[in-house]
Design a protein around this ligand. Sequence first.
Ligand SMILES: Cc1ncc(COP(=O)(O)O)c(C=O)c1O
Length: 363
Amino acid sequence: MYIDDLETPALLIDLDIMERNLRRAADYARGHGLRLRPHTKTHKIPLLARKQLELGAAGLTVAKVGEAEVMQAATPPELLVAYPVVGRSKAERLAAVARNTPVTVALDSLFAARQLSEATSRARVQFGVLVEVDAGYGRVGVPPGEVRELAAAIRGLPGIDFHGIAFFPGHILEMGEPALRALCDLRGVITAVLSDLKRAGIPVRIVSGGSSPTLFHSHLVPEMNEIRPGTYIFNDRNTLDCAACGLEDCAASVLTTVVSASRAGRIIVDGGSKTFSSDGPVGRAEVSFGHVVEAPEAVFFRMNEEHGYIDVAAAERSFEVGERLRIIPNHICPAVNLHAQLYGIHGRRVEQVWAVEGRGRIQ
Ligand SMILES: Cc1ncc(COP(=O)(O)O)c(C=O)c1O
């Protein structure tokens, strides 16, 4: 099958680029003695997770219990749920996963820790626990000064083992001088937390961080011994805007068809928010929903569910109805979640069709 045979919109993955992205990160992690626990929320496909493991990943990361259930098919040596699992039935489902695969959960409350502890005793399993610290992103995570207290309380609960700390440097985006300074500040936060835990006699095995924008700068925080990048497998327009990858490293693009060219200077393609997700560019005021590969000067300025509006006034050529355009989404993770399958391509040939098995597993 060839790309021309596909119906659109279709999410294409360039297999050579993906392979290079995977190997580069695996080599970097190995070279710096870092455990790589890739976040599989980006691709949601057990076969791709298996590939990450074969290239040396120590385990897999997921966000949701449903994703953990799906990723068991990749037979990982261990799974990290990098999201607070709150709710009795979720804790029980995760305990069922832990019967086959060691599970660690990152959390920031005693409430969540107690629920996990209760679920383990009934299922006769153990969970590892990482205390999530807010290292500057301002999302989940206890303030650095409160990690010791939560870690000590967790150590007093049966069925769960304190393994260390986790953080997500989502506030460090555009790679350059400010990002390097932010990484230096981040290091200060992490070393303070670790000293605090040491003073309290609490051993720490895992210091888990890492994102795709900061991936190849992880060694600047040497206290961190594990990284969890997700987006790096495909990259996207946000990673590109962060200068954390080049256009040649973007493996994913949505193949669309021009369905209307009825107005001068503007075309409509057959992909809108149900194809790309509504995520805008991170850290930029401009309104734009993707990078048009065949016309970089075009601006994808608006979406309805099934319509993508592209301003082509600045393009040097005209566009015809029926023409196909590839668009790199701003944020690939929610875009993948909208597609039933991904198409792995070599040149114009479609070589793989993967079902997105973790799609919609948000519970
Ligand atoms: C907790 C956590 N860890 C790791 C990642 C992976 O980061 P990235 O998407 O930059 O690769 C994310 C992404 O949202 C995350 O939320």
